[in-house]
Design a protein around this ligand. Structure first.
Ligand code: HEC
Ligand code: HEC
Length: 339
C-alpha cells in the first residue's frame, strides 16, 4: 500500500532555491529536515502480507467487544481512534472496572515498531495481539473460549475464509488479522510534513524555532528521532514512581531500571495525560518537566535528561512545534459486527 508519494526531486530543487533566497532558512532547522522524511510504504512482514480482507477482518475484531469475557470491552475501548488510539486516561481501565498499572499507549504507526509495550516485553504485533484478550485485568477471555465464541458466527467464518483461506479460525489467524489492521493505522500528513516537503507556510516561524530547539538545545531528538519521533529505545527520564519498566525484565542493566519505551510524538497533542503513568497533564507540564531535568535523580537516569535552561519563549516554541505533528486523519470506518 502506498501513501504520501512525494515528488522528491522537485521538492529538493525548490528547497535549494529557497535556501538561496532565504538565508534564514538554515537557521529554521532546515538542516535537520532530511532526518524526518516520511516513508512511502507501510512494511508488512512476509509471514503476514497485506490484503484488504485481512485488514478488514482485523479491524472488525479490534472493534468487537465480544472478544472480552464481559462482552463489553474491545481493543478500541482503550485504543480509541477518537483519542488518537489511546483512551485519554492516566491509567487504562480493564475488566471489572479495575485500573491497570500503566497508561494506554497509542497504536499509531506501529508497523515500524520494534519491541511492544512500555517495557518492550513482546517482539511483534502478532505476538502482542492476543495478550490483552486473555489477560484477566484487560479483556478476560481465555483464547480457547475466544475461538469457540467467534467461530459460531457465520459472518466471521466468511471473513476468515476471505483473509486466510487455508488456515481457519485459529490463534494465529486472529492475531495475524489484528496485526494487519494495526499496521494499517498510520498518522497522515501533518503540517510538519508539508513543511518538510518544502511548504514554508505550513508551520509558523515559532514552530520552526521550536523544531531547532528540539534538535539542539532541548536535546529531545536524542531519543525522539526520525519521522515517528522515537528511536525505539528505553530510558529512565526521571519520573517519580516505583515501576521499574524494562528493568523488571533486565534487572542487571543499570540504565534500564525505571526505563520505558520512547513514545512516538505523532498526534501527541491529542493524547494527554502523558507518560507511562499518566503523570503529566499537558504538553506544557511535559516541557516544564524536561526543562528542570526530571523530578528524580537516580543512577539509571539518562545523561540527556538535565536542566535545559529554556526561557518561557523557548518552551512555547517547543510546544508550538509539537502541535504541528498532528494530522487530520480520515475517520476509521466501523462496520456492523458479524452475526
Ligand atoms: C483495558 C484497556 C486495554 C485494552 C482492552 C487493550 N489494550 Fe492494548 N494496551 C493497554 C495498555 C495499558 C497498554 C500498555 C501496557 C504496558 O506497556 O505494560 C497496551 C499496549 C498495547 C500495545 C503496545 C503498544 C506499544 O507502543 O508498544 C498494543 C499493540 C496494543 N496494546 C494492542 C491492543 C489490542 C490489539 C487489543 C485488543 C485485542 C488491546 N490492545 C486491548 C490497554 C488496553
Ligand atoms: C533520554 C531520552 C529522551 C529525551 C532526551 C526526551 N525524551 Fe521525551 N520521552 C522519552 C521516554 C522514554 C518517554 C516515556 C517515559 C515514561 O513514560 O516513563 C518520553 C515521553 C515523552 C512525552 C509523552 C508522550 C506520551 O505519549 O506519553 C512527550 C510529549 C515527550 N517525551 C516530549 C519530549 C520533548 C519535548 C523532549 C525535549 C525537551 C523530550 N521528550 C526529551 C525519552 C526522551
Amino acid at each position: 500500500m502506498s501513501f504520501a508519494e512525494s515528488p522528491n526531486r522537485i521538492l529538493y530543487f525548490c528547497s535549494m532555491v529557497f535556501l538561496l533566497v532565504s538565508p534564514n532558512a538554515l537557521k529554521a532547522g532546515a538542516k535537520y529536515k532530511d532526518l524526518y522524511k516520511r516513508p512511502t510504504q507501510i512494511p508488512y512482514p512476509a509471514s503476514n502480507t497485506y490484503s484488504d480482507a485481512r485488514m478488514i477482518l482485523g479491524r472488525t475484531l479490534f472493534f468487537d467487544p465480544r472478544l472480552s469475557g464481559s462482552n463489553w470491552i474491545s481493543c478500541a475501548t482503550c485504543h480509541n481512534p477518537a483519542f488518537s488510539w489511546g483512551d485519554g486516561l492516566a491509567k487504562g481501565i480493564g475488566h471489572g472496572m479495575k485500573e491497570l498499572n500503566r497508561r494506554t499507549p497509542t497504536i499509531l504507526n506501529l508497523a515500524w515498531g520494534e519491541l511492544m509495550f512500555w517495557d518492550g516485553r513482546t517482539e511483534s504485533l502478532e505476538e502482542q495481539a492476543l495478550g490483552p484478550v486473555a489477560s484477566t485485568g484487560e479483556m478476560n477471555l481465555p483464547i480457547d473460549q475466544l475461538l469457540a465464541k467467534i467461530s459460531k458466527f457465520e459472518g466471521y467464518q466468511v471473513l476468515f475464509k476471505g483473509a486466510y483461506p487455508e488456515e481457519g479460525i485459529t490463534k494465529d489467524t486472529v492475531s495475524k488479522a489484528i496485526a494487519t489492521f494495526e499496521r494499517s493505522v498510520v498518522s497522515g500528513k501533518a503540517p510538519f510534513d508539508r513543511w518538510i516537503e518544502g511548504d514554508e507556510t505550513a508551520i509558523s516561524e515559532k514552530a520552526k524555532h521550536g523544531f531547532t530547539l528540539f534538535n539542539e538545545k532541548a536535546l529531545c531528538s536524542q531519543c525522539h528521532s526520525g519521522w515517528r519521533f522515537t528511536d525505539e529505545g528505553f530510558y529512565d527520564i526521571g519520573l517519580v514512581g516505583d515501576d521499574k519498566g524494562r528493568g523488571k525484565i533486565l534487572p542487571d542493566i543499570e540504565t534500564l531500571q525505571y526505563a520505558f519505551k520512547t513514545p512516538t510524538l505523532r498526534n501527541v497533542d491529542h493524547r494527554a495525560p502523558y507518560m507511562h503513568n499518566g503523570s503529566e497533564a499537558s504538553l506544557k507540564k511535559v516541557v516544564d518537566f524536561y526543562n528542570k531535568g526530571g523530578d528524580v535523580s537516580r543512577g539509571s537516569k539518562s545523561e540527556h535528561i538535565k536542566a535545559l535552561m529554556l526561557s518561557d519563549e523557548e518552551k512555547n516554541a517547543l510546544i508550538a512545534f509539537l502541535k504541528t505533528l498532528t494530522s487530520n486523519d480520515a475517520a476509521t470506518p466501523v462496520t456492523m459486527l458479524p452475526r
